[in-house]
Design a protein around this ligand. Sequence first.
Ligand code: LIP
Length: 266
Amino acid sequence: MALAQQLEELAIDIAREAGELARRRRTEGVAIAATKSSIADIVTEADREVETLIRSRLVDERPGDGFLGEESAAERGTTGITWVVDPIDGTVNYAYGIPVYAVSIAAVSGEPEPSRWKALAGVVFSPPTGEMFHAARGAGAWLGGERLAVNAEPSPAGALLATGFGYNPATHASDLARVARVMPMARDLRRMGAASLDLCFVAAGRFDGYFERGLQPWDHAAGALVVAEAGGRFTRVELDDIPGRPLFVASGPALFDSLLATALGP
Ligand code: LIP
């Protein structure tokens, strides 16, 4: 079996175990452990516990791999493979009891930096629905055993799009201006609060496209590969107004250029 598919299989197994822990902790009640970049950017005890479980399983199964996770210190590996992990993507949803959150696990080779890594495997597991989105480089994108494909063309009614907003209120005005620019090409807009699922929904044809600024590497590492393996396009564009807060766009090929140009604006 190719390395990418071995990594995918391992990620599926770990994501399922980690997702069950997250689901169980949610039923027991969720405690906010701390805030990070802003008062709205929270981390729960479950985020930390789930990432610890994922990291421990990976060390056991693949000692020497690197790790880049949302809730713990990055570690460079010696094997050329780095795991990019969001233990609970959609943390605010999770804390409020909104059943839209996912465990996102990706394996990349090369430099563990989004503009330079080569994604080999990506898994996004949704505990509330039991849906396991997964992809290995060159082997297609899947929802369980169902092959995924992006929508070839948006409906004549317009594109069903998704977006998100960061935790920093200072950026909300420009984010809302972007929404106003994009709406004329949309039939409607969804704001789910979990980038990894937004991306997998594009891959599954549930959304025609998705755009958002300021995602972290662990938010998009797995979902972007699922989009690409489903025949979609994904890009990350650094913008001059706020360095370090790139714009991300994903869609099927027919919509991509117009969505990117409109989201970028004049
Ligand atoms: C979240 C993303 C979401 C974005 C939020 C946040 P987290 O990740 O999945 O798309 O709008 O601002 O970044 O913090 O729940 O892992």
